[in-house]
Design a protein around this ligand. Structure first.
Ligand code: SF4
Ligand code: SF4
Length: 346
C-alpha cells in the first residue's frame, strides 16, 4: 500500500526544526521508497500573490535544498504564469514577486515562458482531454519535487499536490482549458466598456454597448476574456465551477503533468486558509497547523492531508472538491488508500 510519511509540526516551530523535518522526509522517500534522485531536480513551488502573507515562505525549503546540495544535485524553483490579472501573469512580473517573497537562494524558472507561450502537448487520452498543455520547463523534466501548500481553494475546494500539478504545471492555455466548462460573469460595476474582452473572444460571444455582455448560447467557456480584462470585471461563475467536470479536468491535468515522471511530493499543511495563495491579501487560518507530509503518490498525500485535518479538527473543514480524489484514483493518478507513517524523532 502507498505510504504517506508525516511529521506533526507547526508553523510556529523554529525554522531549523521545520527544515530538519522536511529534509528527513525527503531522505525517507529516497531511502525507504527507493526513489533515485536525478542530477537536476526542480522544486515546484507557489510564489504567493503580492499581498498574500500565508504562502509557504522559501525559508522552509532550505532543508530540502541543503539535502540536495550535499548530494551534488542541482535545483531551481519552478513556477508558471497565472491566468488572471495580478502580479504573476508574465515572467517579468512573476520574477519581481519571487524576489519580494524571498525566493532568491536558487534560480527561479517561469516554466511557460514570458506569457504562457512555452508549453508541450502531453498525450493522456482521458474523458475530457486527449492532450494537456504542460509548461515546457516542467514537461521536459523526468523528476520534480512538488512542494505544495495544503489549504482551501475557492474553485477546487482544497489545494494540495493535485492542484499544484494541475493548475501549477499547466501553461496559461492549459489553465484556460481546465476552466473551460465555466461560463464567466461580468460585473457591470467594474466594466469600463473597453472592449478588450470582445476582441479576444474566439466565439464572438461578447457584445459591448454601455457594458460588456456575454451571450451564453455562444460562449464555450474558454476564459480568454478573463485574461484580457484589465479591470477585474470578469470572473468565473461560481455555480459553473462547482460542476464535477471541473474536478475531472483538474485531475486529468494533474495526470498529464505527472505522466512518466518519478516525482516526490512534499506538502506543508501550515496556514490552512479558506482560499489559496493566489489571493493578494492577508487571510486568517481556519484550522490548526498539521505538519509536513511526504509521498510518491499525489492522490494519497492529498487524501492523507484531508483525513488528518478532519481528525485533528473533529469535523470536516474543507468539504468541497473531494470528488477530485475519486476521479484521480479512477484515471490512475494514484491511490486513495494509504498507510500513514508518523515520524516521531527527527
Ligand atoms: S475587458 Fe473588462 S472592462 Fe473591458 S469591456 Fe470587457 S469586461 Fe468590460
Ligand atoms: S469564456 Fe471564451 S467564449 Fe466565453 S465569452 Fe469569454 S472569451 Fe468568449
Amino acid at each position: 500500500m502507498t505510504k504517506v510519511y508525516f511529521k506533526a509540526i507547526d508553523s510556529y516551530s523554529k525554522t531549523k526544526e521545520i527544515n530538519a523535518a522536511a529534509a528527513a522526509l525527503l531522505q525517507i522517500i529516497e531511502e525507504k521508497e527507493l526513489v533515485a534522485l536525478n542530477k537536476f531536480i526542480p522544486l515546484k513551488v507557489h510564489l504567493g500573490e503580492k499581498g498574500n502573507t500565508t504562502f509557504i515562505h522559501p525559508k522552509n525549503f532550505d532543508g530540502i535544498i541543503d539535502y540536495l546540495k550535499q548530494k551534488d544535485i542541482e535545483t531551481a524553483f519552478i513556477e508558471t504564469n497565472v491566468l488572471y490579472k495580478g502580479q504573476r501573469n508574465t515572467m517579468e512580473n512573476h520574477l519581481r514577486v519571487a524576489k519580494e517573497h524571498g525566493f532568491t537562494r536558487i534560480p527561479v524558472i517561469i516554466g511557460d515562458g514570458e506569457a504562457g507561450e512555452d508549453y508541450e502537448l502531453v498525450q493522456i487520452n482521458k474523458k475530457n482531454f486527449d492532450y494537456c498543455k504542460i509548461a515546457k520547463a516542467v514537461a521536459k523534466e523526468k523528476q520534480i519535487i512538488v512542494l505544495s501548500h495544503f489549504k482551501g481553494h475557492a474553485l477546487a475546494g482544497f489545494g494540495g499536490a493535485i492542484k499544484q500539478l494541475a493548475m501549477g504545471c499547466a501553461s496559461k492555455g492549459g489553465k484556460l482549458a481546465q476552466h473551460s466548462n465555466s461560463i464567466p460573469k461580468i460585473s457591470s460595476l467594474k466594466c469600463k466598456a473597453c472592449k478588450a474582452c470582445a476582441v479576444k473572444c474566439p466565439e464572438n460571444a461578447i457584445t459591448v454597448d454601455k457594458k460588456a455582455k456575454i451571450d451564453k448560447h455562444k460562449c464555450v467557456g474558454c476564459a480568454s476574456c478573463m485574461a484580457a480584462c484589465q479591470y477585474g470585471a470578469i470572473s468565473n461563475s461560481w455555480l459553473a465551477s462547482l460542476t464535477r467536470s471541473f474536478n475531472e479536468r483538474l485531475a486529468e491535468y494533474a495526470y498529464g503533468a505527472a505522466k512518466d515522471k518519478n516525482n516526490i511530493y512534499i506538502t506543508f499543511a501550515f496556514n490552512i486558509t479558506k482560499n489559496c495563495d493566489c489571493e493578494g491579501h492577508p487571510m486568517k487560518p481556519i484550522a490548526k497547523d498539521l505538519g509536513v507530509f511526504a509521498s510518491t503518490d499525489p492522490v494519497a498525500i492529498d487524501q492523507a492531508c484531508l483525513d488528518v485535518l478532519d481528525k485533528i479538527e473533529g469535523r470536516k473543514v474543507l468539504t468541497r472538491g473531494r470528488y477530485t480524489l475519486d476521479y484521480a484514483e479512477n484515471i490512475g493518478l494514484g491511490s486513495r488508500k494509504y498507510e500513514l507513517v508518523e515520524i516521531q524523532n527527527i
